[in-house]
Design a protein around this ligand. Structure first.
Ligand code: NIG
Ligand code: FE
Length: 418
């Protein structure tokens, strides 16, 4: 049994709301602030939230670890709803090549990019991947991230796809950060299927999806719907097939060119569409109507030196926006959600409050976890961050700096001095 924890005198951004489901428009600005706020945790679950005076009355005489958070911000643990965190090797040479003028897709079409990581991931043992991924999760945790989504997709053969998903499962036992697994067999067409793309789509549908479902290794099914990768028609077939196994669709959509990905996300009932740098106005409208969450990745846009997605316009037009690192070895090798929040403000003109909603509650919605994480409310998991800043505005304003002081996962302090 874990000890009771009492956090007092915090500037508390609770993100609580009576409204259910992903937030858009003005609802993204309401972060449920409580000045001189306080919360009580028992057995890893938040029991009470209010002002310090209010909680003093009920809990003042009880035994607990007391944390004095005077003049500092406390938020829910950050949620990263889109990562490719399980991979072998690194690609720093490609980084140099891109700075010299090569494009991301040129490198990939020449057998580098995702294919290079697939070779290194195929070669790595399960133990090696567990070890490397565990270090990345440590880094997420020190940046205030307590839950990540993780995708397969560096195998593109069933053995390696299952290996990646099993690594995520094994890490559930070994690491405090929760990983929510997504199958992404359709991340690229492997070289052995070049010119026979539809055959590879059939392999995904007839062999990989049943194997993933049999071992219950994933909750979501993602596709890289992009010119020269998977067409909207192929993507649709894969996502519809996944639905038959209960896998919820997600789509890497309109990242490099406008390709109807946002429209497809709305059509197949995807929980979220990712990237959306080149999403059409019609696509954004369709997402708003369908209630599809836009999962925006401004660190990827920066790293590829592209214009970021239209975050401001999407929020204003009623699309619920989540943000994510896209942590991967090619287009966004970072674990810093605080940096992503900074970039949501700087590159996409989202406000500091909207960026926080996008990295907590809406991010939890994008991975179907809003009932247990993403806000500080009684009954929810005590995943929390104490930041060494006095306000949420300061958190977004002092950019590129790690302000994390302490992190609690399920009520247990995992970062900072107890
Ligand atoms: O989300 N765009 C496709 N997939 C990843 C990149 C993966 C890689 O380059 O290794 C992304 O950016
Ligand atoms: Fe991605």
């Amino acid at each position: 049994m874990t000890k009771n924890v009492w956090i007092k005198h915090a500037t508390l951004a609770t993100l609580r709301s009576d409204q259910k489901g992903p937030r858009s428009k003005e609802a993204m600005s309401d972060i449920g602030l409580i000045e001189d706020g306080s919360l009580w945790i028992e057995d890893g679950i938040i029991q009470a939230v209010g002002t310090t005076d209010e909680l003093e009355k009920t809990y003042g005489q009880k035994e607990a670890d007391v944390i004095d958070a005077s003049s500092r911000l406390v938020t829910p643990g950050l949620v990263d709803p889109h990562t490719h965190v399980v991979f072998g090797g690194t690609r720093e040479k490609e980084f140099e090549m891109r700075l010299e003028g090569a494009s991301y897709m040129d490198i990939m079409n020449a057998g580098g990019g995702i294919h290079a990581t697939a070779r290194m991931t195929r070669e790595a043992t399960e133990e090696e991947l567990i070890e490397q991924t565990s270090r990345r999760l440590d880094s997420f945790l020190t940046h205030g991230v307590t839950t990540v989504e993780g995708k397969s997709g560096y195998g593109m053969n069933w053995e390696t796809e299952l290996k990646q998903l099993r690594v995520m499962r094994a890490l559930q036992e070994r690491h405090p950060v929760d990983i929510v697994p997504t199958f992404m067999g359709a991340h690229a067409v492997p070289p052995e299927f070049k010119g026979r793309e539809d055959d590879f789509v059939n392999v995904i549908i007839d062999e990989m999806l049943p194997a993933v479902a049999k071992e219950k290794l994933a909750e979501f099914n993602d596709v890289f719907c992009e010119k020269d990768v998977f067409t909207p028609e192929q993507s649709k077939r894969i996502l519809e097939a996944g639905k038959k196994y209960g896998l919820i669709p997600k789509i890497h959509a309109d990242e490099i060119v406008s390709y109807g990905g946002a429209e497809l996300a709305a059509e197949v009932g995807a929980i979220s569409a990712e990237h959306l740098l080149k999403a059409s106005d019609e696509g954004i409208k369709a997402m708003e109507k369908a209630g599809t969450i836009a999962c925006l990745l401004p660190a990827t846009a920066l790293y590829l030196r592209e214009e970021a997605a239209q975050g401001r316009q999407m929020v204003d037009s009623g699309v619920a926006v989540a943000i994510s690192t896209d942590c991967n070895p090619g287009s966004s090798p970072t674990t810093s959600m605080p940096l992503v929040m900074n970039l949501a403000c700087i590159s996409m003109r989202m406000t500091p409050a909207e960026a926080l909603t996008a990295a907590t509650y809406n991010a939890a919605c994008a991975i179907n976890r809003e009932d247990t994480i993403g806000s500080i409310e009684p009954g929810k998991q005590a995943d929390l961050v104490l930041w060494n800043v006095k306000s949420y505005q300061e958190l977004q304003y002092l950019f590129g700096v790690n302000h994390v002081q302490s992190v609690w996962k399920k009520g247990v302090q995992v970062v900072g001095n107890p």
